[in-house]
Design a protein around this ligand. Structure first.
Ligand SMILES: [Mg+2]
Length: 284
């Protein structure tokens, strides 16, 4: 359920992502066409998008340097919390990175959907993955190289299907990132990433997590939450952002979008269009 690209298309909350989107009529999809176009244009053309990506990786690099030059049990001066959740001082340090819209830029796939008046489905997504030509998010390669040069392990946890593993590794290599198969943990059954994070933690101290979706950071965001519940969790973790949690921008899709269709939003089910979305807008 991770890749709910343009899931505004769904006609029922009970349907799966791909099946619901395949039942979409053109009239329904047209209601949010402008927002889809705007999202892709922003990622592909705005200098602000690139600036935010560099900002994220610059902060991550800064944190990397601090962590690498400190004792692992150093206390964060601002929060009083341990800088690193450390269960074993002998473990090597690792950084966990998501892939889509964190390392790989999939906006051409989203552009293809718009150009062809289609919505996300597994078949076209797999076709895009198999091309293995997604370019890198700005700043990602340089950051990965710096971390690797400092002997910090990079582990990739992504909700791409395990069936797309070979294509994903090929894509990373095409983009200049060499990875071992065992460093890429894709989705087999459960889209929740907690088990894969725990697998990494059994071997490494995770010092930084980098992603575009809040579920990339902690399992609290895996549950179906309301808009306000999600924001309350942000308050809980606010001191971790820019420190242990590094967020990349992505307005094309994500859990933020899924939240709009959940929480008993009947407008979503019966009238999922601009009217259904406008109930969330604040005005004066
Ligand atoms: Mg992602």
């Amino acid at each position: 359920m991770k890749k709910l690209l343009f899931s505004f298309a769904a006609t029922s909350m009970m349907l799966s992502c791909s099946s619901s989107q395949s039942t979409l009529s053109n009239a329904q999809s047209g209601a949010t066409e402008d927002s889809k176009l705007s999202a892709v244009l922003w990622q592909q053309t705005s200098a602000e998008y690139e600036a935010l990506c560099h900002q994220a990786f610059n902060v991550a690099t800064y944190r990397l340097n601090i962590i690498n030059n400190s004792d692992l049990d150093v206390i964060d001066q601002e929060t009083g919390a341990a800088m690193v959740d450390q269960t074993s001082p002998n473990k090597k340090m690792a950084i966990v990175m998501d892939l889509d819209e964190t390392v790989l830029d999939n906006s051409p796939y989203n552009g293809w959907l718009i150009e062809n008046n289609k919505t996300y489905n597994v078949e076209s997504w797999t076709e895009w993955c198999n091309i293995a030509k997604a370019e890198l998010v700005p700043g990602a390669l340089e950051f990965i190289e710096k971390a690797t040069n400092q002997s910090i392990k990079i582990m990739y946890i992504s909700n791409r299907s395990i069936d797309d593993l070979e294509a994903t590794i090929a894509n990373l290599k095409n983009a200049g990132i060499t990875v071992n198969r065992s460093d890429v943990l894709l989705k087999s059954n459960d889209s929740k990433k907690i088990e894969r994070r725990e697998k990494v933690m059994s071997k490494y101290n995770i010092v930084i997590l980098i992603g575009d979706n809040l579920a990339d950071f902690t399992d609290g965001f895996d549950e179906e939450l309301s808009i306000n519940e999600r924001k309350a969790l942000i308050e809980k973790y606010r001191n971790q952002f820019g420190k242990k949690f590094i967020v990349l921008p992505n307005v094309m899709y994500g859990e933020w979008e899924n939240t709009l269709k959940s929480n008993n939003n009947s407008d979503y089910i019966q009238n999922y269009n601009a009217y259904g979305l406008k109930k969330y807008i604040k005005t004066f």
